[in-house]
Design a protein around this ligand. Structure first.
Ligand SMILES: NC(=O)c1ccc[n+]([C@@H]2O[C@H](COP(=O)([O-])OP(=O)(O)OC[C@H]3O[C@@H](n4cnc5c(N)ncnc54)[C@H](OP(=O)(O)O)[C@@H]3O)[C@@H](O)[C@H]2O)c1
Length: 247
């Protein structure tokens, strides 16, 4: 069974990815600081062979802002599960704030988790992919990296940085059989966007070509596509999943 590490796999988009990838036959290793009842239920359903799952879901607790702990964490994953085939850098902080009054500590926190952590984690996971001469990396960016959004300047900077990272790394590791892509979701209902009011949701849907918001499962299916045979010759791209919000 192919191993796929999904960071932030306990809730929101990451949980949808875990469920979808397990159904597609992967062994998902979901990483977050804390497990959730929903993830535990999905893991049990996969283990019981209930539902559509042909794969498995495991959980490993780790604070991804601890980049110094990553070499040992990744060694542990390899010892427990073997070679990692896929890495989905999904965990992220969506703290909003007007730049002029944001605390420096909060700015650092967002940049650490959204930019530094995926880069350092990728560095260590890549080593196992290099040995296998195969692997898929998917970085979860956001449409705001390209469009901009008032109150999300720091967040947008981190997401734009992931796109630059994606493009250059794709060129660096392509000849080794490894693909690197980004998925850019639009606004999607999760804990992260919980503060959006009904009016804002309605406006987002109205401004989208399909007159609705995309859902976690849409992002999950795009990730599955990039990890699967369909993504064999796709690298260095950004796949937008926003129901046409930016069309
Ligand atoms: N929702 C949207 O509209 C939207 C749109 C565009 C892009 N995105 C991107 O999609 C990704 C997922 O977003 P979401 O909406 O699903 O977020 P979410 O519901 O807030 O979930 C965040 C996930 O990341 C984990 N996480 C947070 N801090 C962590 C840390 N220090 N160490 C380890 N895990 C950590 C959380 O688990 P713990 O708290 O237990 O650690 C959780 O599993 C993010 O990168 C986000 O920027 C989301």
């Amino acid at each position: 069974m192919r191993n796929v590490v999904v960071t932030g796999g306990s809730r929101g988009l990451g949980l949808a990815m875990a469920v979808n990838l397990a159904a597609a036959g992967y062994r998902v290793i979901a990483v977050a600081r804390r497990g959730t009842d929903e993830l535990a239920a999905a893991s049990r359903a996969a283990a019981d062979g209930a539902g559509p799952a042909a794969g498995a879901i495991e959980f490993r607790a780790f604070d991804l802002s601890d980049t110094g702990g990553m070499p040992a964490f990744v060694r542990g994953l390899r010892a427990d599960f073997g070679t990692v085939y896929g890495l989905v850098n999904n965990a992220g902080l969506g703290t909003a704030g007007v730049l002029g009054v944001m605390r420096d500590a909060d700015i650092e926190k967002i940049i650490r988790l959204n930019t530094l952590s995926p880069i350092v984690l990728t560095k260590y996971v890549l080593r196992s992919m290099l040995t296998a001469r195969a692997g898929r990396i998917v970085n979860i960016a956001s449409i705001v990296a390209a469009t901009g959004y008032a109150g999300l300047s720091v967040y947008s900077a981190t997401k734009a940085s992931l796109v630059g990272f994606t493009r250059s790394l794709a060129r660096e590791v392509g000849e080794l059989g490894i693909t690197v892509n980004a998925v850019a979701p639009g606004f999607i209902d999760t804990d992260m966007t919980g503060e959006l009011g009904a009016g804002q949701r309605e406006r987002i849907a109205r401004r989208s070509a399909l007159k609705r918001m995309a859902e976690p499962v849409d992002v999950a299916r795009s990730v599955e596509f990039l990890l699967g045979d369909g993504g064999r010759n796709i690298t260095g791209t950004v796949l937008t999943v926003d129901a046409g919000n930016t069309a």
